[in-house]
Design a protein around this ligand. Structure first.
Ligand code: B12
Ligand code: SF4
Ligand code: SF4
Length: 352
């Protein structure tokens, strides 16, 4: 008769996860996440959630680890670095990708967590690996697992590393000793609040998604006019509240031996986004959250980048935009009209 092996010790799990690229591993209790549950309900009531689903789809589930793993006792949490040094900006209408989205950090992290979850199941326990999933509020469990502190920019900051990390977890019925939360490290600093380009950090740790460029670029539909200039050259994500954060800047690039799968890189030519087929765009950027997997949202963003960054003195720019102003897609046509007018305004005042 085959005997069930004992579950791995925490030290064995930690060593394996660190060998796969984690920079921190901790354990949170698998209790209901009361603070996160309260925050989800309060922020929805305040209107800050806009049309986001994610963890708001079912707050009772995303804040109850037992809803995912019946009888859960522990949550093993990892942080993987996702920083990326800046590359020179190519000429032309180059669209900027936020640091975490330039490579695919989630796939190798999930594979690593799933391998440990399989080992736990072999020993007779239940175990499910999750990252960036609607079923769990990642930052809250990472905070409880002693991975880092909540910055005023809402990101989790890892001592000695900063906030350029992605987070993942294993919820399991196996019981491990839990860690204690890291104390606040922001002190009297408020730089992220002051430097958010749209005033989206409405109070420490609280983001109004209606104003946050990271959400505005993901959200389906028309981009509100008031945010289009602030988008500048961004096509996906926004790093300003991290690029202004002293501990994050000071420590960035410290962990260069990261484990990541290839991604789209930092710069994408905005015209190429308009001209590429759906398949080409999804191959290049498919790791991103793209609403309904419809690349028209990336083309819409590319038009805003073109209006903000293309050279009004280049006559070909106007012809190329005209073609999109006649698009059958009303969203594309409207954003192309805006880009055309923005270029005209920039050309008139001599701004580049
Ligand atoms: C929805 C979502 C978004 C939305 C909304 C973000 C938000 N702040 O609510 C949008 C699209 C805007 C977004 C943007 C980004 N996101 Co996002 N996002 C998520 C997602 C899917 C759910 C987040 C969630 O549940 N929010 C619910 C609210 C209630 O939680 P919270 O914002 O963390 O709020 C906590 C704090 O306010 C704290 N708190 C309560 N009281 C107080 C008081 C004080 C004083 C303080 C300081 C804190 C505090 O408790 C709250 C609850 O735990 C998670 C993945 C997941 N499944 O968890 C990724 C996740 C949070 N995102 C991530 C990343 C990387 C980003 C971006 C940095 C990407 C980018 N460069 O553009 C930006 C950062 C924007 C920002 N400043 O928050 C990472 C975070 C990594 C980290 N180090 O923190 C996550 C964890 C994905 C992952 N698995 O790695 N994101
Ligand atoms: S991601 Fe950008 S827009 Fe959103 S809170 Fe941070 S700085 Fe503001
Ligand atoms: S910029 Fe300052 S206040 Fe904001 S998260 Fe960083 S240390 Fe905290």
């Amino acid at each position: 008769m085959r005997r069930t092996p004992p579950p791995p010790t925490f030290e064995e799990i930690r060593a394996r996860l660190m060998a796969d690229g984690a920079v921190r591993v901790g354990v949170a209790p698998a209790d209901i996440l009361h603070r996160a549950r309260r925050a989800l309900h309060e922020r929805r009531r305040a209107g800050y959630v806009d049309s986001m689903q994610f963890t708001w789809r079912n707050p009772e589930r995303s804040t109850d680890p037992s809803a995912t793993v019946d009888g859960a006792r522990s949550i093993i949490v990892v942080a993987h670095p996702c920083d990326s040094p800046d590359e020179p900006r190519p000429d032309g209408a180059s669209a900027r990708v936020a640091r975490y989205a330039r490579q695919d950090h989630h796939t190798p992290m999930r594979e690593s967590l799933r391998a440990v979850a399989r080992t736990l199941r072999t020993s007779g326990h239940r175990a499910v690996a999750l990252s960036d999933d609607n079923a769990l509020v990642d930052r809250e469990v990472a905070h409880l697992a002693g991975i880092g502190w909540f910055g005023r920019n809402a990101n989790l900051l890892v001592p000695g590393l900063g906030s350029h990390v992605v987070l993942g977890s294993i919820i399991t019925t196996a019981e491990y000793a839990t860690d204690t939360p890291v104390p606040d490290g922001c002190g009297s600093c408020t730089r992220c609040i002051d430097e958010c380009p749209t005033g989206a950090i409405v109070s420490p740790g609280v983001i109004d998604a209606r104003r946050c460029l990271a959400w505005i670029l993901q959200r389906p539909g028309v981009i509100p006019i008031e945010f289009r200039v602030a988008i500048a050259d961004r096509i996906y994500g926004c790093d300003d509240c991290q690029d202004s954060c002293p501990p994050t800047i000071r420590l960035s690039g410290r962990h260069s031996g990261r484990v990541a799968a290839p991604g789209p890189g930092q710069w994408i030519d905005a015209w190429e986004v308009l001209d590429a087929t759906d398949d080409e765009l999804l191959t290049r950027c498919g790791q991103w959250y793209i609403h309904a997997r419809d690349p028209r949202w990336l083309r819409r963003n590319a038009l805003v980048v073109i209006g903000n960054t293309a050279d009004p003195a280049d006559s070909t720019v106007w012809q190329r935009l005209d073609a999109h102003r006649l698009s059958n897609d009303p969203i594309i046509a409207e954003h192309a009209d805006w880009a055309w007018q923005r270029l005209a305004d920039r050309g008139t005042v001599g701004e580049t």
